[in-house]
Design a protein around this ligand. Structure first.
Ligand code: 5AD
Ligand code: SF4
Length: 482
């Protein structure tokens, strides 16, 4: 559901409108004409595939791209056979970039064989000038390159490519513009991500996100509520509110509003049964938010609270603006208010200057908090960030050794923490047929853990009670409870 517009009624011979989103619908109509032409010459509709690298923000952006492609008339297809391949890239760690170059190399012969094929690149990696330079030099076969600030212009860029023989490049350094009411094609009918803010102002010293996603800006609460109401009317019952630092939502609005205040408004929306959000920065997590979480019937019992390191010294060098003690106090406060909450985190190993003692502090915080799961990362040097210029970068073999030790600790603790629900009956939202057994379905608990149990596809999108019979590390095997 979105802006109700009949593309066939748009006069594509007229000048394009200047205001958004009307301008983009005009270009979607233009592209639709081209798609019809393709259909006549090839006897089939052209196909497209959007491949997402990276985080949930990118996943949501990809849904927007898919929505626009669908409006144009493209059919979805697997990457290997698609006429139009789009990579929505990530650049948070160096290996994300390496993967994209590798995949592009594989596309080259296909593009040579099928010259009508199109390749588009967008997302965080494109916001780095060196990347675009390299693509211009060595990957001339790419058709369209755009960044994180102008994905709403996708239709216009595709239309431009159709009429020009050259690579179309459109990268913006930043924007305060948020274009509402564009199409999107959800992956799931019953749940959806919802952007509540864009960008990040925190400048953690290792992180490239503030440079590639720009200044923090919040969407107006009215626009968010309207979108969620529409989603609910369209059958969505679970929303995931997305932002790099949701706890500082609303600070930049003309009429400021807190994240807790926004949650209270979303709680009132009929049809929404589950509310999730990510990511929370510990320095901005307020008492007000903890109270709202305690009193809410809809906010899920899961909090992703990236700690990054357990050493106060390293946290200061990371510019995280909290200490180990403050983080632990926060965890205690949250658990006091919501006792059965599941806590997950992100941890970086091998940040410049990290000594064995600092690393022991990280192991210590993991043992103290007992996370239900943790994403562990090896520190990756990102050019342009303050940490990249720091002395005492840690040798690879030391980092690898620490990483393995951390992973073992995290996994042992997580398996035990997750198992505490064994034997209980819990409400799950059924998401899909189990990947490994077609006789089973997979559902998600409020605390974000998955459970596989005997069931058929008719259950997908429904809430059912499931007995958690056996914990297998990070998921459960259960049985439908009647
Ligand atoms: N190296 C390693 N991990 C990083 N992250 C962000 N930047 C880097 C980097 N340069 C991790 C952080 C963040 C998660 C999304 O990615 O842990 O929370
Ligand atoms: Fe990066 Fe820190 Fe912003 Fe998260 S809060 S996106 S880690 S700068």
């Amino acid at each position: 559901m979105y802006y109700e517009i009949d593309l066939d009624k748009i006069d594509t011979n007229a000048e394009p409108p200047t205001e958004e989103p009307a301008r983009q619908y005009y270009f979607m109509a233009k592209c639709r004409e081209w798609v019809r032409e393709f259909e006549q010459t090839h006897g089939r509709v052209p196909t497209a595939c959007v491949t997402t690298f990276g985080c949930q923000m990118n996943a949501r952006d990809s849904e927007k791209l898919r929505g626009i492609l669908k409006e144009m008339g493209y059919k979805e297809e697997v990457e290997d056979r698609a006429d139009f391949v789009i990579y929505n890239t990530c650049t948070v760690r160096e290996n994300a970039n390496t993967r994209v170059y590798g995949r592009l190399g594989q596309l080259k012969p296909r593009k040579k064989k099928y010259p009508h094929m199109m390749i588009g690149l967008c997302g965080c990696m494109m916001q780095e000038p060196e990347v675009v330079e390299k693509l211009k030099q060595s990957y001339r076969f790419v058709d369209i390159i755009f960044g994180t600030h102008n994905i709403y212009k996708f239709a216009e860029l595709v239309a431009t490519r159709f009429v020009s023989e050259r690579m179309v490049i459109d990268i913006w350094k930043g924007t305060d513009k948020i274009v509402e009411n564009l199409p999107n094609e959800r992956k799931y009918e019953f749940k959806s991500g919802v952007n509540i803010m864009f960008g990040c102002n925190n400048f953690c010293s290792y992180c490239i996100v503030p440079y590639v996603r720009g200044q923090e800006r919040s969407r107006a609460p009215e626009a968010i509520i309207k979108e969620i109401e529409r989603l609910a009317a369209d059958g969505v019952s679970e929303v995931m509110l997305l932002g790099q630092n949701v706890n500082s939502y609303g600070k930049t609005l003309d009429t400021p509003m807190t994240f807790a205040g926004l949650l209270k408004e979303i709680e009132k929306i009929e049809g929404i049964r589950r509310i999730r959000f990510m990511t929370s920065h510990p320095k901005d997590l307020s008492d007000e938010l903890i109270e709202v979480m305690r009193d809410s019937k809809k906010i899920c019992k899961h909090l992703h609270l990236p700690v990054q390191s357990g050493s106060t010294k390293i946290l200061a060098r990371m510019n995280r603006r909290y200490t180990k003690e403050r983080y632990l106090n926060l965890v205690e406060k949250i658990r006091g208010a919501v006792p059965d909450i599941s806590l997950t985190t992100d941890i970086i190993v091998g940040f410049p200057g990290e000594t064995e003692e600092d690393f022991e502090e990280t192991l210590d915080i993991v043992r103290k908090v007992r996370y239900d799961s943790a994403f562990t990362f090896i520190y990756s040097k990102r050019t342009g960030t303050p940490a990249a210029a720091m002395e005492d970068q840690i040798p690879e073999e030391v980092v690898k050794n620490r990483f393995d030790r951390l992973l073992k600790e995290v996994q042992t603790i997580a398996a035990k923490s997750c198992a505490v629900h064994e034997g209980t009956v819990q409400e799950v939202l059924v998401e899909n047929i189990c990947d490994h057994d077609p006789e089973m379905v997979t559902g998600r608990l409020s605390n974000n853990l998955l459970v596989h149990f005997q069931g058929e596809s008719g259950l997908i999108g429904k809430y059912v009670d499931v007995k958690l019979k056996e914990c297998r590390g990070f998921y459960y095997i259960g049985q439908l409870s009647v």
